[in-house]
Design a protein around this ligand. Structure first.
Ligand SMILES: Cc1cc2nc3c(=O)[nH]c(=O)nc-3n(C[C@H](O)[C@H](O)[C@H](O)COP(=O)(O)O)c2cc1C
Length: 192
């Protein structure tokens, strides 16, 4: 079936916002990508899913040419950066200059040429491993070459086109429920 962009039935996911940085034919650039995931820890591989094709968005084209990208995972106080990064294309707008003028600091990656965003919850520098077209998005998989995580920062949450802060912690089931789950696990353990 074809859901199409903006279908509310596809809007129940809650994700992070990856600020995807790159430098290539479109110059230094940044885009927002809610579809930013870990695919593997050993080795550490992160995927970024970009609408269109390898040559579609400025970010995809930059990454395909240079085989590297940065993932600055937006912190809870970085929704403005996300809105700038996701609000126009690096083909038409110098979003890095916009950010700098807004007082947002960036630094040069240690293992890649792209800029990274200061104050992000996590900053991962990746080398492109593989690109795969999946339906209307291209999945760019990158091996993490350098990573920094700020223990004091919480990630920005995105769901249904809205930003959220992490809320109240949902506690694990009460001890009596946990006991019941353990008993059921024994009852329904498959016999070999
Ligand atoms: C919060 C947020 C999340 C987004 N997530 C994605 C995403 O996962 N994949 C995607 O292709 N575009 C996503 N976008 C849209 C891109 O950021 C947007 O198309 C951007 O203009 C692309 O920039 P570029 O052409 O400079 O690469 C998102 C936008 C926002 C604001």
């Amino acid at each position: 079936m074809d859901l199409g962009w903006g279908n509310p039935k596809a809007g129940k996911w809650a994700t992070n916002v990856g600020l995807i940085t790159s430098d290539g034919p479109n110059g230094p650039n940044i885009m927002a990508a809610e579809w930013t995931f870990y695919l593997s820890y050993s080795p550490a591989i992160i995927s970024v899913h970009i609408g269109g094709s390898e040559n579609g968005k400025a970010t995809a084209e930059n990454i395909m040419k240079t085989k590297e990208f940065g993932v600055s995972l937006a912190a809870s106080d970085q929704n403005v950066i996300s809105s700038i990064a996701g609000g126009s294309s690096g083909r038409e707008v110098d979003k890095i200059a916009m950010l700098k003028e807004m007082g947002i600091e960036l630094y040069k990656g240690k293992k890649i040429n792209a800029l990274m965003v200061k104050g992000a919850a996590t900053n991962a520098e990746c080398h492109l491993l593989q690109a795969q077209q999946i339906g209307d998005h291209v999945m760019l998989m990158g091996e993490v070459m350098e990573i920094d995580s700020d223990a004091t920062k919480e990630p920005l949450v995105y769901s249904g086109n809205k930003y959220y802060h992490l809320g109240e912690q949902a506690y694990k089931p009460a001890p009596d429920v946990l006991e019941k789950i353990a008993a059921l696990k024994i009852k329904y353990t498959k016999k070999k």
